[in-house]
Design a binder for this molecule. Structure first.
Ligand SMILES: Nc1ncnc2c1ncn2[C@@H]1O[C@H](COP(=O)(O)OP(=O)(O)O)[C@@H](O)[C@H]1O
Ligand SMILES: Cc1ncc(COP(=O)(O)OP(=O)(O)O)c(N)n1
Length: 263
């Protein structure tokens, strides 16, 4: 039996709500075999990030070499990549193996804690972003990367075009979790803008939503689905996952990675 394989290159969250453990659960529940290379160990929980220990870039190189020299995954994603030299290493593998790549430009956790240094953002824009099949910024990340304030729908459209037409991503999804009103996500693939809207769920149980969403996109690309198909599945999955959050921890708890039952 052949299983599609998805790889996540990201940080850990020991409570399992965000980062690679969330990614692996999401891939597993979409019927995809998950592999993981760790970029950073964090000490965090639903209340915040208590500490971070970055894996040296040359060790990340060894992790990726172990994976790719043995079995090439069908798609991959990156999450927390805190330092510029890590990005340079990861970019080499994406270029060499040319598999579909989803970049979740993780900068700040919901708790407000920084997960990337300021200096790394320029490298992210120069190295990883132009290689991405889909880049998935939330509103704050879109503002930081596109270097603009986003207040209106017109601003969102302008930011979408900066990501693809100016920075070179193949497509971008600006996530609307931090918008006011409905949770609308915007996809631009260089040709057209399409949106998916769900009513906002009134909850603080949204820890790891971005990680989980981008892991589902990666899983769908690993199966050979199109970007539009992956977007539809990702949106349906994350909406169900938030709606059915298990209420774990004392703070912003994780979503339910096993509630979505769609195809
Ligand atoms: N309260 C909510 N109700 C419905 N959907 C939400 C809610 N919060 C986030 N989402 C959805 O979850 C996904 C992740 O978005 P977002 O929270 O913006 O990302 P991040 O976790 O990176 O900040 C998006 O599809 C977004 O629309
Ligand atoms: C190790 C690690 N990676 C990423 C995040 C941020 O998670 P994300 O899904 O972007 O969203 P929130 O947790 O901010 O909703 C993290 N906390 N830890």
């Amino acid at each position: 039996m052949t299983l599609p394989i998805g790889l996540t290159v990201a940080g850990t969250d020991p409570t399992g709500g965000a980062g690679i453990f969330a990614d692996l659960k999401a891939m597993h529940s979409r019927g995809v075999y998950g592999m993981a290379a760790v970029t950073s160990l964090t000490a965090q929980n639903t209340l915040g990030v208590q500490d971070v220990y970055n894996v040296p870039a040359d060790f990340i190189d060894k992790e990726l070499n172990s994976i790719f020299s043995d079995e090439v995954p069908h798609a991959m994603k990156t999450g927390m990549v805190a330092e510029a030299d890590m990005m340079t290493v990861i970019a080499e593998y994406i270029r060499k193996y040319n598999i579909p790549y989803v970049m979740d430009p993780v900068m700040i956790a919901t708790s407000g804690d920084r997960l990337m240094t300021d200096i790394s953002m320029a490298t992210l824009i120069d190295t990883l972003l132009p290689l991405s099949h889909i880049v998935t910024p939330n509103l704050h990340e879109a503002e930081a990367i596109a270097n603009m304030t986003i207040r209106t729908e017109e601003d969102i459209h302008r930011a979408l075009k900066i990501f693809v037409d100016e920075m070179g991503a193949a497509s971008v999804i600006i996530k609307g979790g931090h918008l006011s009103g409905d949770a609308t996500d915007y996809l631009y693939d260089g040709k057209k803008i399409s949106t998916l809207t769900r009513a906002r769920i009134d909850t603080d149980q949204t820890h790891g939503t971005g990680c989980t969403f981008s892991a589902v996109l990666t899983a769908e690309l690993a199966k050979g689905r199109t970007v539009e198909e992956a977007f539809r599945t990702g949106k349906a999955y994350i909406t169900s996952a938030i709606q059915n959050s298990p209420g774990i921890g004392k703070g912003s708890g994780p979503v339910n990675h096993f509630s979505y039952q769609g195809d």
